[in-house]
Design a protein around this ligand. Sequence first.
Ligand code: NDP
Length: 330
Amino acid sequence: MKTIQLNSRPVGIPKLSDFKFVSEEQEKIADGEMLLKASYISVDPYLRGRMMEGKSYIEPFELNKAISSGMIAEVMESKLNGFSKGDFVSGMLAWKEVQVSNGEGLLKVDAQKAALSSYLGVLGMTGLTAYFGLLEIGKPKAGETVVVSGAAGAVGGIVGQIAKLKGCRVVGIAGSDEKVNQLVSEFGFDAAINYNTSENMTQAIAEACPNGVDVYFDNVGGEISDGVMMNVNRFARIIVCGAISMYNATSVPMGPRVQPILIKNSVLMQGFIVSNYMEKFGEAIPQLAKWLQEGKLTSTETIVKGFENTPQAFIDLFEGKNKGKMIVKI
Ligand code: NDP
């Protein structure tokens, strides 16, 4: 049985040598435990932060220990009430092909109701992040302009589609022409900008948002966000969800001082962690599932096959190789 451990703390963009594969003996289960086989692994940008030492909202990974993330696993054997062989579970698990669990933090998921991988995406952390960030902090109103960065990614694609369902004008920012075209043709965005070919983001946003920006859902930070913030309207809401453009930075990048723009326009800027809304997950998941079933929400996934390709799939997030949720299928 193989496990993927953190071999060294990455400096800059993670490298394959920051990970190592270690063979371990398969553990036996005791009463109150079950044996799980990995089916799908979610690779997420936030894992980069956990690879660093230091205080954060979540413990850092330890060197020479298995990395963990959201996963779907199949129950192979069970001595735990409520879980039977053949069930599928979702939750934070170790990057191990097979592992023993006492069920803590795991939920059973129904493969008949939705594709198993969607419990890591639109019906999992990704969908919940989009839902609560946009609706609780952004509070978009029909007719307003919503801009989302990282728009062709897992969270961003859902944010834009929910904003469209709320009657907003939606502008996405992504890193390739292919992604930009997909946002408009498949997800119904009103406009989209390729930040890699756009010379002046402030101007590009001004052109795509003739009425200014009322809500900005920020997944990337850095210069892209500086350009959006130059175009905010009075009482705009800026949702600081992620800052992937800075996750691999070795020093804190300096940007323009945006405070005068925020003051002048009475802008709300708020960061959040999806788990802040845990008590309300039960209301959001049925709504997301309903939109999915009704075809109002399109879920895109990039599925990479093979446990051994998990580290590379994670690294590829930083080069934009995914469209929608990046998932490894075992
Ligand atoms: P994505 O599916 O969006 O994947 C990452 C994407 O980021 C890539 O596809 C790439 O798209 C883009 N990207 C990579 N490097 C850069 C860069 N230097 N500048 C701009 N864009 C870049 O990931 P998720 O949807 O899972 O996560 C999106 C963001 O939301 C992340 O910042 C993540 O940390 C955050 N997040 C926050 C949560 C919270 O609770 N606050 C929960 C979940 C996620 P492209 O080709 O367009 O560059």
